[in-house]
Write a protein that binds this ligand. Structure first.
Ligand SMILES: NC(=O)C1=CN([C@@H]2O[C@H](COP(=O)(O)OP(=O)(O)OC[C@H]3O[C@@H](n4cnc5c(N)ncnc54)[C@H](O)[C@@H]3O)[C@@H](O)[C@H]2O)C=CC1
Ligand SMILES: O=C(O)C(=O)COP(=O)(O)O
Length: 524
């Protein structure tokens, strides 16, 4: 039974695919309520409240995937998750419209002082002159961060007759032209805007983006809005610019600390606030929960996920094309790692023929994961394979060749060790399967599967018989046997597929046979 912990409030309708699956148990509780059983969960679904720290990941050794029902993953230690081989996915567009609408609601509320007027009337006052606002029409709106939400805000602003200025260092000219916005530098935006709204993620670069220096560059009487992440507008700096009257008003949905407690910003009449409600609509919550539920389900069924933060993104089409090579590469990695039972410095992979045209990042990661698996105690998979290889000083490279070298497709793997170099070549043949067609300098043809026994010997009459007799005497059945040699009477190899793994004693007996140089068990 797969166990999924849903530790923040999530739409039941969205979670339906998981709740309906009889092989899955969904536990909807806070982390603190299940401390004794954290090691039993396979998946963790969160919103922004749960902090997925390295400590929590350590306490959940069975965890395979974290699903964020929303956009921001700043509450998840993605680096640590990657190190532990845990996939992190989010639901990137389910709450875009809701957050853009909330931003706009905040903007209108801010300039027309609706929350303040509301409190006044509820207090039985009728003070029309105290709540004179300004129009949005004709004003200059500065949007910092022009991704999904920023661009939806821009559409709405244009419908209100506003002039839109955008700052986003990663926005391509082509996209800006297509949307028809005025792209400017941050300084230009700060100087021109009557209202500034931020829609970036919280990163090292955006933390404090609107701090004392940049706030000083804004127009006197500017309005500021943050419906993205607390800290993009520096709260301390904001206090002084409100105190000196430079900033006319602020709308905040998010805070550096949530909840903000008794924060001095809350005392200002011209600061309006909501408790991180950007994504809090029925529609957005169904959308994001559905997106993560479907993705987690796919992942648990071994299918590719499309919204991973720490894995290359794969569409279903691409996955179907690479699937066979992904499996072949994994097996080649496992075999090579056992054959090269010594420290290695470099793994070079050449993709030839039809496979060279495919998205190979994932195939390479699969090969690396296979290679590292027998060597590392912790989980190793496509998420962390490249990182673990780097940590262990193993360089890897990919080369591509249109020519399949006698095969429609092939993957050639060369492993450079401290004392020797090992090469193998594999191919995938439709309706036939994975074959290793070159091994350690010998042409051969075997399936990289099950309990394999590799023997390197001198090409002499009777060698096959000797090996066969010893295995037979010890009740080890040989399922298949392939042989290869470089030249008659020279070096030769046998690759046997056995019905059960060989024990150490039998390996020693085989090693003692005259003219046998190498005996290696390869478990795939
Ligand atoms: N208040 C709420 O409940 C919600 C808040 N959010 C937050 O809104 C923010 C934006 O979300 P999306 O639009 O979906 O993300 P997105 O990834 O589509 O857009 C972010 C944009 O910021 C830009 N950017 C990155 N670094 C920048 C920098 N240094 N300066 C200027 N631009 C920069 C990126 O190029 C990108 O275009 C995120 O922080 C997200 O967590 C999202 C949903 C709900
Ligand atoms: O999606 C995001 O980034 C949000 O900020 C929404 O947060 P929430 O899921 O409402 O806690």
């Amino acid at each position: 039974m797969v166990r999924i912990l849903v530790s923040d409030a999530m739409s039941e309708e969205g979670l339906a695919p998981l709740l309906a699956d009889p092989t899955i148990e969904v536990v909807q509780k806070k982390v603190t309520e299940v401390e004794g059983e954290l090691d039993t969960f396979d998946a963790l679904l969160v919103r922004s409240a749960t902090k997925v720290t390295e400590q929590l990941l350590q306490n959940m050794p069975n965890l395979k995937i974290v699903g964020r029902a929303g956009v921001g993953v700043d509450n998840i230690d993605v680096d640590a998750a990657t190190r532990y081989g845990v996939v992190v996915i989010n639901a990137p567009n389910g709450n875009t419209i809701s957050t853009a609408e909330h931003t706009f609601a905040m903007m209108a509320s801010l300039v027309r002082r609706i929350p303040q007027a509301h409190i006044s009337v509820k207090s039985r006052e009728w003070n029309r002159s105290a709540f004179v606002g300004v129009e949005l029409f004709g004003k200059h709106l500065g949007i910092i961060g022009f991704g999904r939400i920023g661009s939806e805000v821009a559409k709405r602003a244009r419908a209100f007759g506003m002039h839109v200025h955008v700052y986003d260092p990663f926005l391509t000219k082509a996209r800006a032209e297509k949307i028809g916005v005025d792209v400017c530098t941050l300084d230009e935006l700060l100087a021109q805007a009557d209202i500034i709204t931020v829609h970036t993620p919280l990163t090292k670069e955006t933390k404090g983006l609107l701090g004392p220096k940049n706030l000083a560059k804004t127009k006197k009487g500017v309005y500021l809005i943050n419906c993205a992440r607390g800290g993009i507008i520096d709260e301390q700096a904001l206090l002084s610019f409100l105190e000196n009257g430079h900033v006319a008003g602020v709308a905040l949905d998010v805070f550096e600390q949530e909840p903000p407690g008794d924060h001095p910003l809350l005392s200002f009449d011209n600061v309006i606030v909501t408790p991180h409600l950007g994504a809090s609509t029925i529609e957005a919550q169904v959308n994001v929960a559905t997106q993560v539920a479907e993705e987690v389900l796919k992942f648990l069924q071994g299918k590719p996920v499309t919204s991973s933060i720490n894995l290359p993104t794969l569409s279903k089409d691409v996955y179907e094309k690479i699937q066979a090579f992904y499996t072949l590469a994994r097996k080649m990695g496992i075999v090579a790692s056992q054959y090269m039972s010594e420290p290695v410095q470099e793994i070079a992979i050449t993709y030839s023929g039809s496979v060279a045209d495919l998205e190979t990042t994932f195939i390479t990661r699969s090969l690396l994961a296979g290679f590292l698996k027998p060597r590392v105690a912790s989980t190793v998979n496509e998420v962390n394979a490249a990182m673990i290889a780097k940590e262990r000083g193993i360089a890897f490279s990919e080369k591509f060749s249109a020519n399949g070298n006698d095969y429609n497709n092939s993957i050639t793997l060369t492993v450079y060790g401290e004392n020797k170099t090992f090469t193998m070549k594999g191919t995938h043949i439709a309706h036939y399967g994975d074959r290793i067609v070159h091994f350690n300098g010998f042409a051969i043809d075997f399936a990289p599967e099950g309990h394999l026994l590799y023997i390197q010997h001198h090409d002499k009459p009777g060698m096959i018989g000797k090996v066969g007799n010893i295995l037979g005497d010890h009740q080890v059945n040989i399922a298949t046997m392939q042989v290869g040699r470089q030249e008659a009477g020279g070096k030769a190899i046998m690759m046997l597929s056995l019905d059960k793994p060989l024990d150490d004693a039998l390996v020693e007996i085989l090693e003692k046979i005259d003219d046998i140089d190498v005996v290696k068990r390869l478990e795939v």
